[in-house]
Design a protein around this ligand. Structure first.
Ligand SMILES: [Zn+2]
Length: 365
């Protein structure tokens, strides 16, 4: 995979995990939400210092690196998160080290400093990205967003591969890497980037007791809200839930369990979703999707921790997903979802991430 800095970061196959083609059950939203897409993210980042959610010690280095590289700050932030989770001591089996996961040999070409030092690493990263950008620029035409994607692809797969394909190379790892950074993740780091309408955070009571991670061992791989996945219509660019993945495999992987006590209310087979309603307050409705088989059925009342199926990549609405993961939705209380009335876009989806955190069901992110 070239001489680019390499990382063993978990591959994220989440960005096409959208529900499409549910047919006549629902209509595209009438109003166009303020989208956190490439354009708004780039516009927001034209004002430097508009980056949010990065650790304090990274703020200034990310700003400088973004200027050096000529990339949006949120893109840089999302990439560093993907590479090291902002852990300056991070390492990989392939030998990549530090915040930007440089191979020492590559780092040495750009810095005499310390690979684990945030300032040194980010300064080298900025220069390195500027070089990559220069190499891939001829293949981006006058499309600034394509230029960002190609630069990220060059980082992941090496500039030689981008030059060869004159595009993001068709390697699943690289495609996923680019999608992960340019779609879901960088939204998290852009100040003023609004959430989609009907996707408000829950500010009511969350009820008693802790939950468990619905996918034990699963890492958070994609957040809730707007994203920009090439090839999907504008209305379909909303991610109505969050994604969790145990690894980068295909087909059945980790075990999906009930995060809290549930009444199972339906199975939406097309996208491999188990549907359920919390038996306790606040009676959230939940969907656990992309499974191939189920160990529960409508009418079951199950306790927290009960196995429901296995994480997989079953998503009939969009064809096969690249990487197995659990797509998890939480909807405001309402009529129980059944096999026939489940609708991710009915305007009741809420962001599961803060709820999972509040309930102790999500590890550090
Ligand atoms: Zn998803």
């Amino acid at each position: 995979m070239g001489n680019a800095t390499k990382t063993s970061t978990i591959i994220i196959g989440s960005t096409i995990a959208l529900f499409l083609g549910v047919g006549t059950l629902w209509q595209p939203p009438q109003e166009t939400p303020v989208a956190c897409n490439d354009t708004t993210i780039n516009a927001a980042n034209n004002k430097t210092g508009n980056t949010i959610n990065v650790p304090d010690e990274y703020k200034e280095p990310i700003k400088k690196a973004a200027q050096t590289a000529g990339l949006p700050e949120s893109t840089v932030a999302a990439q560093i998160q993907a590479e090291s989770q902002f852990d300056r001591m991070a390492g990989s089996p392939a030998g990549a080290q530090g915040p930007a996961q440089f191979l020492p040999s590559t780092f040495a070409k750009y810095s005499n400093g310390d690979i684990h030092n945030i300032e040194d690493s980010m300064e080298a990263y900025g220069k390195y990205m500027a070089d990559l950008k220069k190499i891939v620029k001829p293949f981006a035409g006058d499309d600034p967003n394509k230029l960002i994607r190609l630069t990220l692809a060059a980082y992941n797969a090496g500039p030689g591969n981008v030059s060869q394909y004159k595009d993001v190379p068709p390697f699943p790892e690289t495609k996923n890497y680019v999608e992960k950074i340019t779609s879901g993740a960088q939204m998290k780091f852009t100040g003023g980037c609004k959430q989609v309408s009907g996707a408000k955070a829950w500010n009511g009571d969350l009820g008693k007791g802790e939950w468990t991670n619905p996918l034990p061992g699963g890492q958070f791989t994609s957040g809730f809200g707007r994203r920009n996945v090439p090839g999907l219509p504008a209305w379909a660019q909303m991610h109505a839930g969050v994604d969790l993945a145990t690894g980068s495999g295909y087909g059945p992987q980790g075990t999906v369990i009930a995060p809290t006590d549930l009444k199972i209310t339906g199975i939406y087979g097309k996208d491999g979703c188990v549907l359920g309603t919390m038996t306790a307050e606040p009676h959230f409705r939940m969907a656990f999707c992309h499974m191939d088989d189920y160990q529960v059925k409508a009418g079951d009342e199950i306790k927290k921790g009960t196995e429901m199926g296995r994480e997989s990549n079953h998503a009939g609405s969009v064809g096969a997903l690249v990487i197995s993961h659990l797509h998890f939705e939480i909807h405001k209380p309402g009529d129980d979802y059944t096999d026939s009335n489940f609708n991710p876009y009915d305007g009741t989806a809420i962001d599961p991430e803060p709820i999972l955190k509040e309930k102790g069901a999500l590890g550090g992110r």
